[in-house]
Write a protein that binds this ligand. Structure first.
Ligand code: IMP
Length: 175
């Protein structure tokens, strides 16, 4: 049992299970992109550990980039605006794989996807370690998924609660 503030967490997905699944995903990616080059766009902060493990299973040439997204309430529109920060270099005519840690409602990945599509990549796919499948309302296909999980808060292996817990080596679920 671990604790962050007043919330308690129990082990949920072990290091071994995570690594086994990542090896499978790496294999799928190697087959899908055989003979091609890949621009990988990793969405910080949460996906830094997943990205580090996944890219080491990929054998085709990889141009690895990192972005952050900032999300704010727009005064002009009623919804939230997601801005991509830190994307360097063109992706026009390149094969792009976006790496996320967790997809919940899918709003974040939808915004990232829409903004990247505008730059006319040759293709764009998505890998996510986790998906809260009961909550996901998006239309974007998650091409490489680690684990579908229920709608309960998880931390560890890059995922945080208010900045803490990212360093825990396995994934924990709130009690
Ligand atoms: P979405 O836009 O609703 O898909 O939210 C995705 C983002 O919400 C992720 O990138 C995380 O930052 C955060 N998030 C959603 N669920 C969790 C969770 O269980 N643990 C940690 N972060 C989460």
């Amino acid at each position: 049992m671990k604790q962050l503030g007043d919330r308690k967490f129990l082990p949920y997905i072990s290091c071994n299970k995570i690594q086994q699944r990542i090896a499978e995903l790496g294999n799928e990616i190697n087959i899908a992109y055989e003979g091609k080059e890949l621009v990988i766009i990793s969405v910080l902060n949460g996906s830094f550990i997943f990205t580090a493990d996944l890219v080491r299973q990929i054998e085709i040439p990889v141009d690895l980039r990192f972005i952050r997204v900032s999300s704010y309430q727009s005064e002009q529109s009623s919804g939230k605006v997601t801005q991509i920060l830190g994307l360097t270099g063109a992706i026009k005519d390149k094969h792009v794989l976006v790496i996320e840690d967790i997809i919940d409602t899918g709003l974040t990945i939808a915004e990232i996807h829409n903004q990247l599509i505008e730059q006319q990549p040759a293709s764009i796919e998505v890998a996510s370690l986790l998906l809260k499948e009961d909550v996901y309302r998006g239309k974007i296909k998650i091409n490489y998924l680690g684990f579908a999980i229920p709608n309960r808060f998880v931390v560890g292996y890059g995922l945080d609660l208010d900045g803490f817990g990212r360093n825990w080596p396995e994934i924990y679920q709130v009690v």
